[in-house]
Design a protein around this ligand. Structure first.
Ligand SMILES: Nc1ncnc2c1ncn2[C@@H]1O[C@H](COP(=O)(O)OP(=O)(O)OP(=O)(O)O)[C@@H](O)[C@H]1O
Length: 254
């Protein structure tokens, strides 16, 4: 389902960060788990085409999105992956309906309010936000914004969904409610998904394959499923684990 090996060095002043990751997964629900500065967002950006690795490859569902050796580097649009940003990145001057439909009309910089897309109504309904269709983003709560961002990503019919800390801006009760919603939505759609988070609870519920990142590298990996989590790559001997351990009784992969 996913196969990536990437190498990227980023410089800022005297500092540099080396992202050097290699992992693959046959699972549709992958969680990249790690503390602050582990390289989670950079990894997601590389998959989305927002960051070009120096070397390596990225394949999603058998399709090469990037391959340095073969000279392949698809644009973000060509990759057909939905990206839900941590701050949701809704267009402030567009209504909820226009935000969700944004990707459905080419060159839709100033979408006409009267243009109706049936897909938009479908996602408004699926995410339980029909009553908010004509609201502006600043009139929404954090949870409502998150639903709009998810609906916008899904409306473009992506081949995979990338989620950057989707619940971090929400209070604990809402976080669990939206985690449950994403859980059942993903199971319904069977859409390949990579979610990045620092919260082990997100990984426990939404990850069939959990990849622990630290300092730009894979620290260890776990697979969900009976009789318990299976460690498929030993922890790096030299690394001190700043990442909380994930409970072993993970949901069974579907
Ligand atoms: N453009 C850049 N130039 C140089 N260094 C960068 C750049 N972008 C990110 N970094 C560094 O790369 C490291 C990893 O960043 P990244 O945003 O991927 O972390 P993260 O795991 O998503 O952390 P957080 O959970 O805090 O968002 C950080 O140390 C960051 O300072």
């Amino acid at each position: 389902m996913f196969d990536m090996a990437i190498d990227k060095v980023l410089h800022s002043g005297e500092r540099h960060f080396h992202l050097q990751l290699q992992w693959r997964s046959e699972h549709r629900r992958v969680v990249l788990l790690g503390g602050s500065g582990a390289g989670k967002t950079l990894t997601l950006k590389a998959i989305a085409g927002l960051l070009q690795p120096d070397a390596g490859h990225i394949r999603v569902a058998g399709r090469a999105l990037f391959d340095a050796a073969q000279g392949i580097n698809l644009t973000p649009q060509q990759r057909h992956v939905g990206y839900v940003f941590q701050d949701y990145a809704l267009f402030p001057h567009l209504t909820v309906r226009q935000n969700i439909g944004f990707g459905l009309q080419r060159g839709w910089r100033n979408p006409r309010p009267r243009v109706r897309h049936p897909e938009v109504d479908q996602w408004l309904e699926a995410l339980h936000i029909e009553p908010l269709a004509e609201q502006m983003p600043h009139q929404l709560s954090g949870g409502q914004r998150q639903r709009v961002a998810l609906a916008r990503a899904l409306a473009a019919q992506p081949g995979a969904l990338l989620l950057d800390e989707p619940f971090s801006a929400l209070d604990p009760a809402l976080r669990q409610a939206l985690r449950d919603e994403l859980d059942s939505l993903q199971r319904r759609l069977q859409l390949p998904m990579i979610l990045i988070t620092h919260d082990p609870e997100d990984a426990r519920q939404l990850g069939d394959h959990i990849i622990h990142l630290q300092d730009g590298q894979v620290l260890r990996e776990e697979l969900a499923g009976a009789p318990g989590a299976r460690q498929i790559r030993p922890e790096r001997a030299s690394a001190s684990s700043g990442v909380p351990h994930v409970r072993s009784a993970l949901p069974v992969a579907t």
